[in-house]
Design a protein around this ligand. Structure first.
Ligand code: MG
Length: 81
């Protein structure tokens, strides 16, 4: 398993580069880098399709809990409902 730092504009390019050389499962640390919930949701789906198994600190620490709950529920429901 590899851990990668995310939260930059070049995240997708970096992940595609990693995927060109290994299929190992990935974990990602966003370090509060996703400021928008819709962008965060899109990235979660995109990363899951590329065998990202865990994401750490996706959004800023003072993000309203209802937004984090929406993100968790919306993402999870799309796979496990
Ligand atoms: Mg961290």
């Amino acid at each position: 398993m590899l851990k990668v730092k995310l939260g930059r504009d070049t995240d997708k390019e970096m992940i595609e580069t990693i995927r060109s050389v290994t299929d190992k499962p990935l974990t990602g640390d966003v370090n509060q880098g996703w400021k928008d919930k819709e962008k965060a949701l899109e990235m979660l789906h995109w990363l899951k399709e590329r065998n990202m198994v865990m994401i750490e600190q996706p959004m800023p620490k003072r993000t309203d809990l209802t937004i984090l709950a929406w993100l968790d529920r919306t993402f999870t429901d799309s796979y496990y409902r």
